[in-house]
Design a protein around this ligand. Structure first.
Ligand code: 0O2
Length: 204
């Protein structure tokens, strides 16, 4: 019975990952279409590029443990929304909110979570707009909604987050603390520069 249970759970997790990955593809296509339309009609690309990743099983298990969640697939579905992730890097700060508006106003999109770490940056200095959206995925016999976490940020915010993430996780010790004050100063400086660039772009 033990092994049957494990086999059932593995199948359920594989089915969940497949739907969530399809949801990620749906959203990614929507974003690419919006960007293409902008280029034709307004001669401006809000999106610099898009990265996507599926959470690897190891870090999913880590997150379940950290949150003290039950290991069932239902509990994962009800509590973890970043299994499918997209990162949208925009050219300017305003583009972040343009992308959010154009995506969230679509009929089949449901925004279930929104955290604006640009209006309210994290203590680390981290800036980004986080959304969790649900989109329908059409299956052979029915329709299932899959959640996708979207992190939207500018090139500068992304450059900062990559370096800080590396200091925080990639080295054997968390070295972000050592550079904490410096990182906050640099996050603010980058934000000032991007506001200036935004202003120049407006003038153009
Ligand atoms: P990884 O390795 O990037 O995937 P949740 O746990 O998702 O229910 P939480 O923890 O409030 O809720 O999520 P939050 O803070 O909205 O978003 C978490 C993700 O945002 C992180 O993912 C990072 O990708 C990013 N992030 C948040 N704060 C920082 C920060 O200070 N620096 C950097 N570089 N990234 C940050 P994970 O799962 O922690 O890690």
């Amino acid at each position: 019975a033990g092994l049957d249970w494990v086999a059932d759970q593995l199948t359920a997790v594989a089915q969940m990952y497949q739907i969530y990955e399809s949801a990620q593809h749906e959203i990614s296509t929507k974003l690419e279409n919006l960007d293409a339309e902008f280029e034709v009609n307004y001669n401006h690309n809000p999106i610099h590029h898009i990265d996507g990743r599926m959470k690897d099983p190891q870090s999913l298990i880590g997150k379940i443990q950290k949150k003290g969640l039950d290991r069932s697939v239902d509990s994962i579905k009800n509590n973890i929304f970043d299994i499918a992730g997209l990162r949208v890097i925009t050219n300017y700060i305003d583009d972040i909110y343009t992308v959010e508006k154009l995506l969230s106003q679509q009929d089949d999109i449901e925004v279930i979570r929104r955290k604006d770490y640009i209006k309210n940056p994290k203590e680390s200095g981290y800036r980004s707009l986080h959304l969790v959206v649900k989109v329908p995925v059409f299956k052979a016999n029915d329709v299932e909604k899959g959640p996708v976490e979207i992190q939207i940020r500018t090139i500068g915010m992304d450059m900062w987050a990559s370096l800080e993430h590396e200091l925080r996780y990639k080295t054997d010790v968390n070295r972000a603390e050592e550079f904490a004050a410096n990182l906050v100063d640099n996050a603010n400086a980058l934000f000032d520069i991007e506001q200036n660039f935004q202003e120049i772009h407006h003038q153009l």
